[in-house]
Design a protein around this ligand. Structure first.
Ligand code: PAF
Length: 282
């Protein structure tokens, strides 16, 4: 496994691979890797000749009062995990390498980036879309891999790729969960044992909501009310947003007569957690 810190060095290495007709799978991450990331890597390796993982905690997708400085980091451990997983190249740029000058160009999706989690984290999806566009331009991958847990992020990236004609195939990979159902996240490490237990309510409420829909409940407001009651009853959990939206474009759904996705954002202790579950009407 080779490690690259500069855009030029990564470009040169991947350019050689591309010239010899090899396909490139890119897995963008912010590090502190867990089983969910390793599943993205597994998929990328299965589909492509060369797998490259980027590790970059992107400052522009964090709000001023968010957890950029405390976001968990462990480069040595990440590199060991990726080498063991059979990754070919790791891109680990410093902030100055990705942003050598203040950006005058950014990508924002309206309304897709401003709704749902975008209301809780203003500017977040613009930061994500812009850094992912930069990574696509640097690596020029054949395919790029993103977790379905960040469902709105995946939808934003798919739409950006469509709108701006990036020649890359976006692959969404199902959420990997802990044994108790909690969605894998780098932030889970910051949960105290009590918070960790309380956080289980999120995946449980999502499963119950999806089961109710599969059993024939078609009224989104009714499903949301039952899920809300379940979540707010849990001590230590502050519900920030809960939505049932169209699975294709995240549009509002009143009557559940098509595939939908249930999305939740909640603060558990000091940590903002998100989770998601797709559901189909009976
Ligand atoms: O999902 C993440 O870890 C980040 O949002 C991403 C896609 C690597 C962009 O910084």
């Amino acid at each position: 496994m080779k490690r690259y810190d500069t855009i030029d060095a990564l470009r040169a290495a991947l350019g050689r691979a591309r010239q010899t007709g090899r396909t490139i799978g890119l897995v963008p991450t912010m590090g502190f890797l867990h089983a969910g990331h390793l599943e993205l890597v597994r998929r990328a390796r299965a589909d492509n000749d060369v797998t490259v993982v980027s590790i970059f905690v992107n400052p522009t997708q964090f709000g001023p009062s968010e957890d950029f400085s405390t976001y968990p980091r462990d480069m040595e451990r990440d590199l060991a995990l990726l080498a063991e997983a059979g990754v070919d190249a790791v891109f680990t740029p410093a902030v100055e390498a990705m942003y050598p000058q203040p950006l005058q160009t950014t990508i924002s999706l309206k309304p897709l980036g401003d709704i749902l989690i975008g209301t809780v984290r203003p500017g977040h999806f613009s930061g994500v879309a812009t850094v992912v566009a930069k990574l696509f331009n640097v690596a020029q991958p054949t395919r790029a891999y993103f977790g379905e847990k960040d469902f709105q992020q995946l939808t934003v990236i798919r739409r950006m790729v469509d709108d701006l004609n990036f020649p890359v195939e976006i692959v969404g990979v199902p959420t990997v969960r802990e044994e108790d159902g909690l969605a894998m996240s780098s932030r889970n490490v910051r949960l105290s044992p009590d918070d960790r237990k309380a956080a289980q309510v999120l995946s449980r409420a999502l499963s119950e909501g999806a089961a109710t829909i599969a059993a024939g409940e078609g009224d989104a407001a009714g499903v949301l009310a039952a899920m809300t009651a379940r979540i707010v009853a849990e001590k230590g959990v502050t519900l920030r947003s809960l939505d049932i939206v169209d699975a294709r474009d995240l549009g509002t759904v009143d009557r559940i007569d098509r595939p939908v996705v249930l999305l939740v954002t909640a603060e558990v202790g000091p940590v903002l957690l998100i989770d998601q579950r797709e559901a189909r009407p009976a």
